[in-house]
Every structure is written in C-alpha cells, then in structure tokens.
Design a protein around this ligand. Structure first.
Ligand code: HEC
Ligand code: HEC
Ligand code: HEC
Ligand code: HEC
Length: 187
C-alpha cells in the first residue's frame, strides 16, 4: 500500500465529485446534529433521567410554570446557555450525567433527590454564578434599567442599589433569588 496515494486525487473519482460528496455528507451531518440537539432540548429529554424527581412539578407550581401570563419556562431556558458553542460544551458536560445515571445508586428516586438536594443545588448555582445568571437576564431584561412601572418599590430599590455597585461587587440574580423554580433546601 502506498500511503501517499491516499492524499493524491483518486484516479476513479475526480476532485470535484469528491468535493460534492463531502458537501452532501457535511450538510446531512449538520441537520442530523441540529435535530438531535433539538430533541435533547425538551423537558422530556431532561425528564427521561429525572423522571421520578419532582423537578417539573415544582416548576409548574412556581411562577415560572403557573404565572398569570401562561408562560411555562423550560428546563433548558434556565439550565443551558444560549451561545451555540457554550451550549454544545455544556451539552457534553450534561452527557457526562450518563455516567452518573448508570453509576449512582438509586439516582432516579425522590429519596435520592431529597437527600442530595443541597449538594445538587450548589452545583447548579455555580453555573449561574459563573455567567452572572445569564439565563435569567435573557428573559428578565428590565431589572436594572428601564424598570416597569408595575415593579414593586422594594424590588426596584434593591435592584437599583445592586446595579450602582462596581461590577465585581454586584450580586447576581440567584444570590438574592433562590428557589425560583424548585424547592430550595433550608439550612
Ligand atoms: C424563559 C424566560 C424566563 C427565564 C429564563 C427566567 N424567568 Fe423568571 N419569570 C419569567 C416570567 C414570564 C415570570 C412572570 C410569571 C408571572 O407571574 O406571570 C417570571 C417571574 C420571576 C420572578 C417573580 C416571581 C417569583 O417567583 O417571585 C422572579 C423573582 C424571577 N422570575 C427570577 C428569575 C431568575 C432568578 C431566573 C434565573 C434562574 C429566571 N427568573 C429565569 C420568565 C423567565
Ligand atoms: C443521562 C441522564 C440525564 C439526563 C438526560 C439529564 N440529567 Fe440532569 N443529572 C443526571 C445525573 C446522574 C445528575 C447527578 C450528577 C452527579 O451528581 O454526578 C444530574 C444532575 C443535574 C443537575 C444538578 C447538578 C448540576 O450539574 O447542575 C441539574 C441542574 C440537571 N441535572 C439538569 C438537567 C437538565 C436541565 C437536563 C436536560 C437538558 C438534564 N439534567 C438531563 C442525569 C441526567
Ligand atoms: C440584591 C438582591 C437582588 C438582586 C441581585 C436581584 N434581585 Fe430581584 N428582587 C430583590 C428583592 C428584595 C425583590 C422584592 C421581593 C421579592 O419579590 O422577592 C425582588 C423582586 C424581583 C422580581 C419581582 C418584581 C415584582 O415586582 O414582582 C423579579 C422578577 C426579580 N426580582 C428578578 C431579578 C432578576 C432576574 C435579577 C438578576 C438580573 C434580580 N432580580 C436580582 C432582590 C434582588
Ligand atoms: C426559572 C429557571 C429554572 C427552570 C425553568 C428550571 N430550573 Fe432547575 N434550577 C434553577 C435554579 C436557580 C437552581 C439552583 C437551586 C435553586 O435556587 O433552587 C436549579 C436547580 C436544579 C437542580 C438541582 C437540585 C435542586 O432542586 O436544586 C436540578 C436537578 C434541576 N434544577 C433540574 C431542572 C429540570 C429537570 C428542569 C425542568 C423540568 C428545571 N430544572 C427547570 C432554575 C431553573
């Protein structure tokens, strides 16, 4: 076998036809990936592993599932980034959960969640703190500037006070707002 032949244009196929095949494979691959990512971005995907946990019921009972406007905020709206590259990276980290799913004893039981809630919440909060609660700010765009008339006075005051601080001294949404979608553990 002459290895260099691998890098030479094939005798049977012209460079053009190889290029066309390459583009077709690339396009099909692109759409297949998009479809997969789309399927893995629904609550149903998240709940496939968390099916015995009360997480979705908690969202539905909170303002994020049971508000006046009929909005149901999806798991990924809060837990996955909007930036496509970061999204992919976090997806790969989420897919590490597959290992946990297979190895953690009794993971998919309510008892496990109750027992490990604090630790899991800390993990989740770390993500929100790492990007200044970017997911929250994606929807709540009028917290610091151009606040709506209807916002409670105490809320306006607290938000304004926070915004006046230097950027690195500011608190992030989840520092003040815990348990906006789930039961935040006491203690
Ligand atoms: C997909 C959009 C969306 C995202 C993401 C989102 N929210 Fe909300 N949030 C809403 C809507 C809509 C309401 C109003 C519900 C209603 O009362 O009708 C709301 C209500 C609230 C309230 C007032 C009700 C309450 O529970 O006291 C707080 C506080 C809040 N959100 C904080 C947060 C925080 C913190 C995050 C990030 C962890 C977040 N939100 C992420 C859309 C969103
Ligand atoms: C393959 C199974 C599986 C799927 C699918 C899955 N999870 Fe999980 N999830 C786990 C396991 C296992 C843990 C506990 C990980 C540990 O402690 O090592 C976990 C922990 C978490 C945590 C807390 C810890 C952390 O890293 O923040 C959050 C938040 C979470 N999952 C959200 C989601 C969301 C949102 C989705 C859908 C996009 C999802 N999960 C899909 C298995 C899964
Ligand atoms: C320094 C603490 C602090 C920070 C940081 C903070 N909030 Fe608040 N927020 C409050 C307080 C206090 C209230 C009023 C009491 C309540 O409703 O929980 C409030 C109220 C709200 C409300 C309800 C407003 C109303 O009138 O019903 C929403 C929505 C909200 N905050 C979202 C956010 C979001 C999103 C962020 C991040 C961009 C954020 N907050 C950052 C302290 C804070
Ligand atoms: C409105 C934003 C929001 C939505 C929607 C949301 N989460 Fe969370 N999630 C959070 C925040 C913030 C935390 C950190 C702990 C806290 O404050 O309750 C968290 C924590 C968690 C944890 C760690 C355990 C715990 O209860 O703290 C898991 C697991 C989790 N979420 C999974 C999910 C799944 C699955 C869905 C969809 C059914 C979902 N979340 C929907 C904001 C959200």
């Amino acid at each position: 076998m002459n290895w260099r032949a691998l890098f030479k244009p094939s005798a049977k196929f012209s460079i053009l036809s190889l290029l066309v095949i390459g583009i077709v494979v690339g396009v099909v691959g692109y759409f297949a990936t998009q479809q997969t990512l789309h399927a893995t971005s629904s609550d149903a995907f998240c709940m496939s592993c968390h099916s015995n946990h009360s997480l979705r019921d908690e969202v539905m009972a909170s303002a994020h599932g049971n508000g006046r406007a009929g909005v149901t905020v999806q798991c990924q709206d809060c837990h996955l980034p909007h930036n496509p590259v970061k999204y992919l990276v976090k997806k790969i980290i989420v897919s590490k959960d597959l290992y946990g799913f297979l190895t953690i004893d009794g993971f998919n039981t309510q008892a496990w969640l109750d027992e490990n809630r604090k630790e899991q919440a800390d993990h989740a909060l770390k993500y929100f703190r790492s990007n200044d609660s970017d997911n929250c700010q994606h929807c709540h765009t009028r917290i610091y500037t151009n606040q709506p008339e209807s916002m409670k006075t105490i809320a306006k005051k607290m938000h304004e006070m926070n915004f006046k601080k230097e950027e690195d001294k500011r608190k992030t949404c989840v520092d003040c707002h815990k348990g906006v979608a789930h039961v935040y553990p006491k203690g």
